[in-house]
Design a protein around this ligand. Sequence first.
Ligand code: ADP
Length: 485
Amino acid sequence: MTTAKRKIEQRGIVLVMVPLLFELIFVGVLAKMLLDARNQLFEERRARSVVTTVSVLSRRTQTAARILARYTNDREPALLEQYDRVIAPAPGEFKELRALVKDRPEDLRTVIALEHSVLKAIAILEDCKEVFGQKNNKMAHLVYYPRLYRAGMTAEKEMDTLLQRYRAKERADREANDRASGIIFAWLAIGVLFNVGVAIILAVFFSRSITRRLEVLTDNTMRLSEKRPLSERVEGDDEIAELDRVFHRMADALHEADRLKQDFFSMVSHDLRTPLSAVQGTLTLLLDGTYGELEPRGEDRVRVAQAETERLMSLVNNLLDIERLESGQLAVAPSPLELAPLVKAAVESVRSLSEAKKIEIVSNVEDVLLSADKERMMQVLINLLGNAIKFSPPESRIEIAGRIADGTVDISVTDSGTGIPKDVGDSIFDRWRQAEPDSGVDRGSGLGLAISRHIVEAHGGEIGYESREGEGSTFFLRIPVPEDE
Ligand code: ADP
C-alpha cells in the first residue's frame, strides 16, 4: 500500500520536477550568456574610454606644441598661460588611462611607454618655454625643434598603436555583443518552447494514464449499482489499481451478502411460512370445533392467537414481497383492467375492518380502463384503504375516487383521520418508516407503503400524498395510460 501510494506521488513529482530541471538548466545557460554579454559590454565601454582618452591626450599635446610655436613668434605671455591650461590635465588623464588598462599588462606597458614619451615631449616643451623666452637666444628653436619633433613622433606613434588596437577591439566587442544578443534571444525562444512542450507532453501522459483508469472505476460504480458485471481489473500497481482491487473485493463481498440474503429469504419463505400455515389451519380447526367445543375464554384466546398468526403471516409475506420487488425478482405483468370492479373488490376485502369501526367507504370511480397487474394493484389499494381505516376515527368517512386525466389514471383515497406530520415528507414511503410509532394505533410493519411505491413505480406511475395533521390525508396514485389506449 505504501509503495503503491508512492507511485502516483512519484509521478506527480516527475511531472513537476522534469520541467523544473529543464528550466533550471536553461536559466543557468541564459545566466552564463548574460554574464558573458555583460562582460563584453564592459570591455566595449572600456575600449571606447581608452580610445577617447588617448584621442584627447593626442589633441592636447598637439595643441600645446602649436601654442608654443606661436609663442616663439609672438612672445605673448598670455600664450604661455594658455599652454599651461592645455597641458595641466594631461597627468590626470594618464592616471585614468592606466586605471583603464591596469588588468592588461601589455596595454599597461604601452600606456606607461606612451606616458613616458609624452612626459618627455612635455619636458622638452617646458625647456622650450624657458629658452624661447630669453631674448638673446633666438636660434634656440633650431636645437629644440628636431628634438621636439622626434619626441612628438614617438608619442604619436605609440598613441596610434594604442588607438588602433582599441578601435579594433571596440569593433570586435560590439560585433560579439550583437551576436550574443541574437543567441540569447534564440535560446530564450527555444527554451520556452521546449519547456512548454515537455510540460504539455508530461501533463497529457499523466492525466491520460490516470483519467482513463478513473473512468473505468466510475463506470464500475455504475455497473455495481445497476447489478451489471464489472469491467476487467485496471492495470498498474498504484493507488488507482489498489482502489480498483478493493472495489472488486467489495463487489464480491456484496454479491456474497446478496446471495446469503436470498438464501435467508427462501429459508423464511419455506421454513417459516409452512409451519405458520399449519398453525393457522390448526387454530381455524380449533375454532370450528373439530377438536371439541371450546370454553368461551379458550375461544377468545384462540381468536387472539389467530389474529397474531395472521399478522405474522402478513409480515412474512410483506418482507418477501419487498425483497423480491427490490431485487427485481417480482416483475409486474400489466394487462387491461377495468378500474371500477377492481376498486369494488378492494373495498370488499377491507369491509370487515371498516365495519368493525363503523366507517363508511364511498366509492367515486369513473368507468375507466387501466393497464396494470391485477393482483399487485389490488395489493396497493387494499394497503391504502387499510391504512385509511386504521388511522381514521370510528364512524367517519373514507372516499376512494378514480378518474382519467391527462394521460394517466388517477386514484385517490381520502380519509379524515390523524393526518401525517409535515416533517415526515416522502420518507413515509421508506421501509419500516412509521409517522408516529407511539400513536397507539395498532401499527403494521411499516412496509405497506414501501411495497406500494415499488409496485406503482414498476407500472411507470407515481404515488404521493397530501395531509393535514389532525384533519386527514389523501393518498393518490397516477398510472400512465398506454399510448395506444
Ligand atoms: P404500516 O404497516 O405501519 O401501516 P405503511 O407503510 O403502510 O406501514 O405506513 C407507514 C406509516 O405511514 C404508518 O405507520 C403511518 O404512520 C403512516 N400512514 C400511512 N397511511 C396513513 C393515513 N391514511 N393516515 C395517517 N397516517 C398514515
